[in-house]
Design a binder for this molecule. Structure first.
Ligand SMILES: Cc1ncc(COP(=O)(O)O)c(C=O)c1O
Length: 440
């Protein structure tokens, strides 16, 4: 039997990897390798590995650390819960969840006042889908082909940007619709912009395929994991109209885009659309796991009357709820909507300057703290530069910049925390510039 090591022992990287090789289950997104860096510390926009090397974290952890790692207000909220109540009975109210629900209503659109709290983005989307089923009486859902909504069975069934194949059979009635990926769209390539042909065609197919009443359409308001793909103007409005025509609910997944990240409180605001249900997670808890489903009185009343039950052992736990209250304080008091606009504009300047310098950057897109570049072998063919992208991403990491490499190497996604300074943005741009220059 392997001797037990004290959990507090300071092990070096090789010792930790040796343990991981024996005991860790490999099931991560993007890599199956058991390799460093192994993170041990973080403050603001910087994380440090077990060797003491520092990195600019332009992935904000798993996007959940966007308020800045170990924000003092979040730390304080967690300490308060340690003094009061960490966990509570799921079927009894606790004061933190009630306060959180009322504070959240301060920043949600008018009429979207009702919220329930869960743990992950996946379970908030699963709950939203359950609500849509009970509200409409239907069971079928559609979602764009670039979508990512989670990895439990019901959300994986509507996740079409990858990680879908090989986990079936799914429950029947989950359909992809075309994503409005303007940079690569064959419908509108010669038309000077999106005329929603992709959406119209998708619904033509959906209508003939569906078994009955469509329960809902779930979408991100900017496809993040799918490749930092912005929605064309009016697309979300048109989608909402199509849902209304069919009596289906529009669910917007704001896991990556909500709570000021894009320079607006909500991603859907950009389109002037209010969905029927929306979900939030990621930096909602300032690094602690909590998600929410938000909807109207009408929907809440109808589905509650049907006896809807959704929840898990840790739903509404006071500790993550207290962290989320602190995160709302931070978002409002530090005016993070403005911060995202300011950081976003400064970073965009860097990305555009790099695009002017390096032909391999075919497109620059995204908003606020969620921006990306698409790498192509040449700008005419727009052939994705998969291998070069992977090599550039590796070199950035070696040189201390964490970013997310999407679409098999051809898209880089940058999510710097709200705490990122101009000097850190300059440093990140230098690392990226250097890596591109060395690889191509
Ligand atoms: C848009 C979106 N929705 C849902 C999820 C799933 O969230 P979680 O990993 O917390 O289950 C993610 C995760 O990256 C996401 O990006």
């Amino acid at each position: 039997m392997t001797p037990k090591l004290p959990s507090t022992s300071k092990l070096n990287e090789e010792q930790l990897l040796e343990l991981a090789r024996k005991y860790s289950f490999r099931s991560r997104i993007d890599t199956n390798a058991i390799a460093g860096p192994i993170m041990v510390w973080g403050r603001g926009s910087v994380v440090r590995d077990v060797n003491g090397k520092e990195y600019l974290d332009f992935n904000s952890g798993q996007m959940c650390g966007a308020l800045g790692h170990n924000h003092p207000r979040i730390v304080q909220a967690l300490q308060e819960s340690c003094e009061t109540l960490i966990h509570s009975h799921m079927s009894m109210f606790n004061d933190r969840e009630i306060i959180l629900a009322s504070r959240l209503a301060e920043i949600t659109p008018e009429g979207m006042d009702r919220s329930m709290f869960l743990t992950s983005g996946s379970d908030s989307n699963e709950a939203a889908m359950a609500i849509a089923k009970r509200f409409t009486g239907g069971y079928e859902f559609a979602s764009p082909a670039s979508s990512f909504h989670g990895m439990n069975d019901s959300t994986r069934a509507v996740t079409f940007s990858g990680w879908h194949e090989g986990y079936g059979p799914y429950a029947p009635g989950h359909y992809p619709i075309m994503a409005p990926y303007e940079y690569r769209c064959t419908f509108c390539k010669d038309r000077g912009g999106c005329d929603y042909s992709c959406l119209n065609t998708s619904f033509e197919l959906l209508d003939v395929q569906a078994d009955g009443q469509l329960a809902g359409v779930i979408t991100e308001p900017l496809f993040s994991a799918g490749g930092v793909i912005d929605l064309p103007d009016g697309w979300l409005r048109e989608l909402k109209r199509k849902c209304e025509e069919r009596g289906a609910l529009l669910i917007v997944d704001e896991a990556q885009t909500g709570l000021a990240k894009l320079g607006t409180m909500w991603g859907f605001e950009h389109e002037g659309v209010v969905p029927d249900i929306f979900t939030i997670s990621k930096h909602f808890g300032g690094g602690v796991a909590i998600s929410a489903v938000i909807t109207t009185d009408e929907i809440e009343e109808k589905v509650s009357a049907t006896g809807l039950v959704v929840g898990h052992s840790h739903s509404n736990d006071p500790m993550p709820c207290n962290a989320a209250i602190a995160s709302i304080d931070i978002i409002l008091e530090e005016v993070l909507v403005d911060v995202a606009q300011r950081i976003g504009a400064y970073w965009r300047g860097h990305l555009e300057r790099l695009a002017a310098k390096h032909e391999i950057i075919g497109d620059v897109r995204g908003r606020g703290l969620l921006q990306g570049i698409e790498l192509v072998t040449d700008r005419f063919s727009r052939k994705p530069a998969y291998q070069q992208g992977k090599a550039i991403g590796r070199m950035c990491l070696e040189n201390g910049l964490i970013l997310s490499v999407r679409r098999n190497g051809s898209v880089f996604r940058f999510v710097p925390p709200f705490t990122t300074t101009e000097a850190q943005l300059d440093q990140a741009a230098d690392i990226l510039d250097h890596a591109i220059s060395n690889v191509i």
